[in-house]
Ligand binder design. Structure first.
Ligand code: NAD
Length: 517
């Protein structure tokens, strides 16, 4: 254990989460035994090896699936409000373990402790949401065209739901899916990112303890570990009617095709290329706070991070100068120290992609306003700390069209009307989050209209990042079209059935068809 980890109390956190002794790589924390290769979990904070975890082999996977399929048979019959009661207890357990889990999220993924705690809070919030929802899984009733008939729709559990998650939200995305899937009567098999396997084990332990306490099968919640090859167990498996996959567009295209080829359903939450339009009527102070937080928060590794600022020429220089001056005040370093604003990238591959993007934007005609660079020396030994950068660019550059998962902000200029700005904002393949900063009601409404932003999330006078669990979360176009979390996102976790009941003594057919014998 390094001094940084000791000071932060990682040892105690791991112990509280039941994953103290896994350095031998033999225990996954759940009641199945993974026997594959060892995966090392290294902290981007200080480069230290936290623990090694065994990955799941195909044989292990089949045992997990047997357990899950079996658990589904009883779980689906439990009344939904009773399933909600279990999710309530799970939420309470998360409240109890919020600090250690927040610490592990922060140390294993590299986000600030405040953000780690925030992620656990999102898990708690979705549990609360799911508990209420467990009494509202309603269908519709409709009038039958035939006399003495009743017709209605109802929702039934789907089965075993697969969940593949990304490294940047190593616990919340699982909870968004699993809390809803559970109250819907499904059981889950989760493959977390191979870059944050301990977060997966911690969550599985917490869930398993709740199921055990209620004498329910542990197979309601299942964990498998490993890289994309383990993800493929899920995408190719006919026993998985729904696969929820969060990650890059590259991954989503492969998973979507694989799942579609067996006519399964996929719920895709993929990359974004999020922009804020800064109109001549924007509050500049609010704009700068929203843009800086959106671009550098979580070191630019949120799917909703602000990548592009589309600024009107009349205020371009003012906004540019304010941003450059704000970036000078950013403190980069250990994310466990709350005085720092920007922590590390997840690993050296991410650092390479960041450096490549900075070279490319200049090659393609852009100009760096805040240069960026990789930090070395004391406190930066992991090699994953980079300086947030700002570049003047054009929306047509290939590098601007792509999502680079790092703190790089592109400044783009528009000089005509809002229509021009919206065309730039929509002129990318991704469609996750978008925002406009304006005090002009007409502009705000036009931005939100059907001819406005084409994204799944469109905000006014709020940045692009951060979302509340009450609303459905997700994006359009190559972001994948999936919706998770609030509103009616629960419907994807269930199958819909239309029922018609005849309470007469005759058998009239629909559409007036006669069939007399
Ligand atoms: P990634 O695509 O590299 O990996 C995501 C997950 O997919 C991992 O668990 C990985 O093992 C798995 N995977 C990769 N290829 C697979 C395959 N062929 N079959 C099955 N599984 C496969 O993404 P990442 O680097 O972990 O995360 C960053 C990306 O995730 C960014 O693009 C970000 O925008 C996106 N993201 C999107 C959302 C959203 O809600 N839209 C949320 C978080 C992250």
């Amino acid at each position: 254990m390094t001094a940084v980890a000791m000071d932060f109390g990682i040892d105690e956190a791991l112990r509280a989460l039941g994953i103290k002794d896994i350095n031998d790589g033999t225990s996954t924390g759940s009641d199945f035994f993974s026997t594959g290769e060892l995966i090392e979990s290294r902290s981007p904070v200080d480069g230290a090896l936290i623990a090694s975890v065994r990955s799941t082999t195909k044989e292990d996977y089949n045992k997990v699936m047997e357990k899950a399929t079996d658990a589904f048979k009883s779980w689906r019959k439990k009344p939904a409000p009773q399933r909600g009661e279990i999710v309530r207890q799970f939420g309470d357990k998360l409240r109890e373990l919020k600090e250690p889990l927040g610490k592990l999220v922060s140390y294993e993924m590299g986000k600030s402790y405040q953000e780690g705690l925030g992620e656990v809070q999102e898990m708690i919030d979705i549990c609360d949401f799911a508990v209420g929802l467990s009494r509202q899984l309603h269908g519709l009733t409709m009038h039958s065209e035939r006399p003495g008939h009743r017709m209605y729709e109802q929702y039934h559990p789907l089965g075993v739901v697969g969940i593949i998650s990304a490294f940047n939200f190593p616990v919340a995305v699982w909870a968004w899916n699993t809390a809803l899937a559970w109250i819907c009567g499904d059981v889950c098999v989760w493959k977390p990112s191979e870059k944050a396997p301990l977060c997966g084990i911690a969550c599985q332990n917490i869930a398993a303890s709740v199921f055990r306490k209620n004498m329910l099968p542990e197979g309601i919640s299942n964990l498998i570990n490993g890289d994309f090859t383990v993800g493929e167990f899920l995408s190719t498996d006919n026993r998985i009617p729904l696969l929820s996959a969060t990650g890059s567009i590259r991954m989503g295209k492969i998973v979507a095709q694989t799942v579609a080829s067996r006519l399964g359903k996929s719920l895709l939450e993929l990359g974004g290329n999020n922009a804020i339009i800064v109109s001549p009527d924007a509050d500049i102070k609010m704009t700068v706070i929203g843009a800086v937080f959106g671009a550098v928060g979580t070191a630019g590794q949120r799917c909703t991070s602000t990548r592009r600022l589309i600024i009107h020429s009349s205020i371009y220089n003012e906004v540019k100068d304010a941003l450059v001056s704000a970036y000078k005040q950013l403190r980069i370093g250990n994310p466990l120290d709350e005085n720092n604003h920007v922590g590390p990238l997840i690993d050296k591959d991410a650092v390479n992609m960041y450096e490549n993007a900075l070279t490319e934007v200049v090659k393609q005609g852009g100009k760096l306003l805040v240069e960026g660079g990789v930090l070395t020396g004391e406190g930066y030994e992991s090699g994953c700390y980079v300086k947030p950068a700002i570049a003047e660019a054009d929306n047509s550059y290939a590098i601007v069209q792509n999502e680079t998962f790092a703190p790089i902000l592109y400044l783009l200029k528009y000089s005509e009307d809002l229509e021009e700005a919206i065309a730039i904002q929509n002129g990318v393949v991704q469609g996750l989050s978008s925002a406009i900063m304006t005090n002009n009601l007409r502009e705000a409404e036009a931005f939100l209209s059907c001819a406005g932003s084409d994204c799944g999330i469109a905000n006014v006078n709020i940045g692009t990042s951060g979302a509340e669990i009450g609303g459905a979360f997700g994006g359009e176009k190559e972001t994948g079209g999936g919706r998770e979390s609030g509103s009616d996102a629960w419907k994807i976790y269930m199958r819909r059935q239309t029922n018609t009941i005849n309470y007469t003594t005759s058998l009239p057919l629909a559409q007036g068809i006669k069939f007399d014998l």
